[in-house]
Design a protein around this ligand. Structure first.
Ligand code: FES
Ligand SMILES: [Fe+2]
Length: 343
């Protein structure tokens, strides 16, 4: 038996929670729309007209820098018949123009024009601005929330203290990557918040750290994993996961920050920003090593997660015990999910 310090035995979550459409709907409503979601570096929306569009569990939102210098957030949904205004990603525009019938919106969200609509004195453009969402910044990172239950700083909990000495603002985003895979977002999160799987799943990574010294601790708002790296590993030996769905892993002179997006009950997309202090041409090979090294490690995770998810879908799995030594992060994450879903 693996008991924690208080003598409590924890078991894995009921696998039906990973494959039920109604649970995914509740998670969207109770977790993803009520929490702060990592969008990207705020530097990507520094100039007037620059925007950053992401999906949160299927709902499109974007942040856009106004000509007045103010950064505003909106749902990526046209007020006419609901078309998607901007493709996901970064870009720049004067007006936000809907591709469907060409309604156009100012960077303040105001409806500027509804061309060819016909004269209708009852329709007043001021009544049809884009629907706003909330934005907040922390240490150069931009977050968005549809209907936040708390402030961003409350959500971050003890994280600011944990990273107080890390010069996050000096790291510039140089590379982005998105990986899609067929597993529920919780299957992947369960995987991210423990190092127990490293010997079995990541033989090369295992050889590059002192696994016996791997430590996992759960804190207010985040899970921390550390291990002393051996020579030549691109990771610095500290990996963080933050409630409900973003990660920050340290490199020498950099980091990757990612968001785990629940695309559907059976699909997840992970969006990475790789950021470095040294953005010079000479530093490119070192950066490439960190980017490619990360993507190679996580590819091994996706494979095991997809196979696990298939077993959850198929039924026949009864929740097994979680290791008090290695799976404290899993306990923390699963308890927060269970609490969020409690009716
Ligand atoms: S849906 Fe956008 S203009 Fe018609
Ligand atoms: Fe892994």
């Amino acid at each position: 038996m693996s008991l924690d310090a208080a003598g409590v035995q924890y078991f894995n979550l009921d696998p039906s929670l990973y494959v039920r459409q109604d649970v995914w709907e509740e998670e969207r409503r109770r977790i993803f729309f009520r929490s702060w979601q990592f969008m990207g570096p705020v530097s990507s929306v520094a100039a007037a007209g620059q925007y950053l569009a992401i999906d949160i569990a299927g709902l499109g939102v974007f942040a856009i820098r106004g000509k007045d210098g103010v950064l505003r957030g909106f749902k990526n949904v046209c007020r006419h018949r609901g078309a998607r205004l901007l493709a996901a990603g970064e870009g720049s525009c004067g007006l936000v123009v809907c591709p469907y019938h060409r309604w156009s919106y100012a960077d303040t969200g105001r409806l500027v024009q509804a061309p060819w609509y016909g004269r209708d004195p009852a329709i007043i453009p001021e009544d049809w601005p884009l629907e706003p969402v909330h934005l907040a910044e922390w240490r150069g990172l931009l977050f968005v929330a549809v209907d936040p239950a708390t402030s961003l700083i409350e959500q971050l909990g003890a994280l600011p203290a944990e990273l107080a000495d890390e010069p996050l603002e000096t790291y510039v985003s140089t590379d982005q990557a998105t990986v899609d895979f067929d597993a529920n977002w919780k299957v992947y999160t369960d995987n991210f918040v423990e190092g127990y799987h490293i010997p079995g799943t990541h033989p090369t990574f295992y050889a590059a750290i002192e696994f016996e010294a791997f430590e996992t601790t759960a804190h207010d708002g985040f899970v921390k994993m550390t291990a002393p790296p051996r020579d030549g590993l691109f990771y610095r030996g500290k990996w963080l996961w933050m409630w409900p769905n973003w990660t920050l892993s340290l490199f020498a002179g950099g980091m990757n920050v990612s968001r785990i997006d629940p695309v559907s009950v059976n699909q997840t997309a992970q969006h990475y920003h790789f950021c470095f202090a040294d953005t010079s041409q000479a530093g490119a090979p070192v950066r490439r090593l960190s980017v490619e090294g990360t993507l190679a490690v996580v590819k091994e995770d996706y494979e095991v997660c997809v196979a696990t998810h298939r077993n959850y879908l198929a039924g026949g799995y009864t929740p097994g015990p979680l290791s008090g030594r290695h799976e404290k992060g899993v306990q923390y994450f699963q308890q927060r999910v269970a609490r969020s879903l409690a009716m």
